[in-house]
Design a protein around this ligand. Structure first.
Ligand code: ZN
Length: 324
């Protein structure tokens, strides 16, 4: 048994995992007051679960941060106070078992690959920003230091809008296909067209929220539908690029924005299919992610299992039915 820990901006989830099955789990609010409080909160949550589930062989931890994988040191961390923290060493010292730390998007991709039994998978996470992970031959692709696979930061348009992430570029995928990009476009349109439905949706913060935009599009508002048409087109261009570069068996789309996939996914696939190299496009499945709410802890646990046992996804997939 290994433990998977998913440290999010609002909660810390800990699970005892066998293969890709969660045996026991708990959640605690993330302590954001200071690094020390955050680490103590993680330690307490893990200890509480160990008390119930027993001592693990290893612990995998996913964090919403850039990680130098070999040392397990956090390079940068925007939403939780971990920048510069040698997280792997710190947690290994506290628990006395091997600890492995990775970016949460990498963990989600690894979970998706294991749950479905796919050795070659790209997962794109469309949330406030755009993240993702690449699983190649059953293993997480990380680049030289673990900082690679930044799927949101690839240029679609060199003269496009500034990238909303902590990124100096313009016109990145994140500048077009993120929740922030949708809100930006909806707000700009609302300001330009004071008589539009979206103009009536401007909130107290001066912005049109993603939720309002989705509801306007579902109600058939042409302005909102046009924003999703542009979103879908740019997403399709990005998907074609990922297919051409990585040639995955499956390209999974997750994240909060994917809940509005009925407003863009079919159109994005059409765009991607018209642009990707045909021999590659024929072989790939584009689908919503199936990992669900436990993907973060499962992926972190799979990572820990791979590190201590050298497991690959197929060793799990042979005995489990493919989730549908
Ligand atoms: Zn960028």
């Amino acid at each position: 048994m290994v433990l998977g820990v998913d440290v999010g901006g609002t909660k810390v989830a800990v699970a005892a995992v066998e293969g890709v099955t969660v045996r026991d789990s708990l959640e605690e609010p993330t302590e954001l007051g200071s690094t020390a409080e955050l680490l103590d909160g993680i330690e307490q949550a893990v200890r509480d679960l160990i008390e119930r589930a027993g001592e693990p062989e290893a612990i995998g931890v996913g964090v919403p941060s850039q990680i130098d994988y070999d040392t397990g040191t956090v390079e940068t961390s925007v939403n939780i106070p971990l920048t510069g923290v040698p997280l792997r060493d710190e947690l290994s010292r506290r628990f006395g078992v091997p600890v492995f730390v990775d970016n949460d998007a990498n963990c989600a991709a690894l979970a998706e690959a294991h749950i479905l039994g796919e050795d070659n998978l790209v997962m794109l996470t469309l949330g406030t920003g755009v993240g993702g992970g690449v699983v190649n031959g059953g293993m997480t692709f990380r680049g030289a230091h673990g900082l690679g696979a930044e799927l949101g930061h690839f240029t679609l348009n060199p003269d496009g809008p500034p990238c909303p992430g902590s990124c100096p570029n313009r016109g990145c995928i994140e500048a077009y296909c993120s929740g922030q990009a949708l809100e930006r476009d909806a707000t700009e349109l609302a300001v330009d067209k004071p008589d539009s439905r979206l103009a009536g949706c401007i909130g107290e913060d001066g912005k049109v929220s993603g939720r309002e935009l989705v509801s306007a599009a579902e109600g058939g508002d042409p302005d909102a539908l046009l924003i999703f048409e542009n979103f879908a087109r740019m997403l399709g261009i990005a998907l074609a690029g990922y297919v051409n570069v990585f040639e995955p068996d499956r390209l999974a789309i997750g994240g909060g924005v994917s809940r509005a996939s009925h407003l863009f996914l079919e159109r994005a696939e059409q765009e991607a299919g018209a642009r990707a190299l045909p021999a590659l496009w024929r072989r790939v499945t584009i689908a919503l992610a199936e990992g669900g709410a436990d993907a973060g802890v499962i992926g972190a646990a799979v990572l820990a299992g791979q590190e201590v046992h050298g497991d690959t996804p197929t060793t799990h997939a042979t005995t489990t039915e493919r989730a549908e």
